[in-house]
Design a protein around this ligand. Sequence first.
Ligand SMILES: Nc1ncnc2c1ncn2[C@@H]1O[C@H](COP(=O)(O)OP(=O)(O)OP(=O)(O)O)[C@@H](O)[C@H]1O
Length: 570
Amino acid sequence: MVMVSLFAGVGTFLLIPLISLSGLTEATVKLSLLTPLTEALREHPPAASLGIVLSAYTVVMLGQFALQRTVTIRNVRLMNRFGEDVRLETYRGIMNAEWPFFLRKKKTDLTNALSAELARVIHGTFLVLQVAASSVFMFIQIGLAFWLAPGVTGFVLACGTILAVFSSRYIKKAKALGGQSSSLAQAYLSEITDQLNGMKEIKSNNLIASRWDGYQKLVKKMTTESMGYIQIKSGSDFLYKAASTLFISAFLYVSATMFHAKLDQLLIVVIIFARLWPIFTGLQASLQQLASALPAFVSVTELQEECRRASERLDANAGKIALTYGVECRDVSFRYAGDNGARALEEVNLFIPANGMTAVVGRSGAGKSTLIDVLMGLIRPQRGQVLIDGRQLDQADIQALRNSISYVPQDPYLFSGTMRENFMLAQPNATEADLWEALEFASAAPFVRKLPEGLDTQIGDRGIRLSGGERQRLVLARAILRKPSILIMDEATSALDSENETNIQSALEALKGTMTVIVIAHRFSTIRSADQVVVLDEGRIVQCGSFVQLAEETGGLFQVLLGNQRKLAM
Ligand SMILES: Nc1ncnc2c1ncn2[C@@H]1O[C@H](COP(=O)(O)OP(=O)(O)OP(=O)(O)O)[C@@H](O)[C@H]1O
């Protein structure tokens, strides 16, 4: 940057001897630096001197352009490396954050931070480099200009300072607008994600008018915000241009009429002004843009800090746990952050024997999923302990525990890609036979076999659409492929028809003695063969025993729930 600035300065000021050598004007300006040079040149014939100066000018300018190219490439490389680092660091922070962090955060806010905000931060880095380059350039140019013509340079600097004072309000406005941009982008992403996810409900319940209204209001706000930017930019542009015209006209007028300056003196003023002024204004413009990107820097830094505080610090080399005795909850109580109501779990005491099947039932909101999250170490109970084979679950064991668990959620999640890729991600060493065995287990083999491309069928946005039941079966197959010690199924067969459900039921029964299975189920037909049924109500365990035993306990909640299901079935 220093070299480019020096070359640019020398190139510009070589124009001064050119003016006098060209014979356009009589040389009256005595420039301390250039006087010996112009005098030396005068000893040669005018054509030769002109040639020398022009050659020097060409070499200097070409040198500047070549260096400029290197600087640009280096700046972009620096920006890209920074961009890569900041993207990786932010996302790693998010992935390593503990589960409660995700309960607190809105998903669309994280998406916005990782896309729009990060892009603004990376562009901001480019602006920082640009401001650095402009500052170096400005100082060197000012230095050179002072050396050549202190008076004129002093004048231009005074004008620049006046302008900087006036334009600081534009920088403040740009920063405020930058903050608005961040929150508007968040609101926009949240609105469209919400609406697109719920389009079926919106259309079928005829909610289009109200949703459209909300969307329209947001779009209007975005238009106003973008107009705000243009107002700032055009306002500051106008100020710079008007000021430069006024300053230069006033100076030229005063020089010519009051001090009777000669043409070459006036030309020097114009050259120095023309050289320094764009640097001032460019710097101001970059500072304005940087100010508008600052809120994005702040929000990304805050997000990184929040992730660091919520980091799980898991052991990447943790092995697996082969459960031999069982999992125990001792006096476990849990309340969600910000939830002032009842606890989601209240003094839960429970033993889940290894290699058996435990079913958890209860009304909606009873705390079933919360109990599972505690067992998986996703959330830590505020009171009580979770013991795995008699040992208290601590931070170091959590990774090993998760390596040993396969969890099948209510909403089956498949990655975009082929079915095979989905399976190989879960178990990279799986053989073709392992894959089909898992598919058979989950009653998914018949429908996969019928697909023209079998396991290599694309799923997700660019592939085939699967029914809810097909997705559930594939996710169950993927879970079983990992050969876990503990299989947890949270309403994992809710979308299946009775035939497939019965098949999976038999498959789960066959696992008895080899795998610990924990099932949350609303449909009681799926838990008949469970070794133990746990009934939760308002966060407390109200009953625990075998299916038959609980079905016979008169007045118990299980009997009520079972009765309701029978009525529904009839
Ligand atoms: N992220 C959360 N923040 C605050 N409260 C929550 C959160 N998740 C669940 N709850 C509350 O905790 C209680 C237990 O919820 P949980 O999801 O464990 O119930 P559940 O028995 O699994 O319900 P369902 O059968 O409907 O899935 C409920 O009252 C619920 O409102």
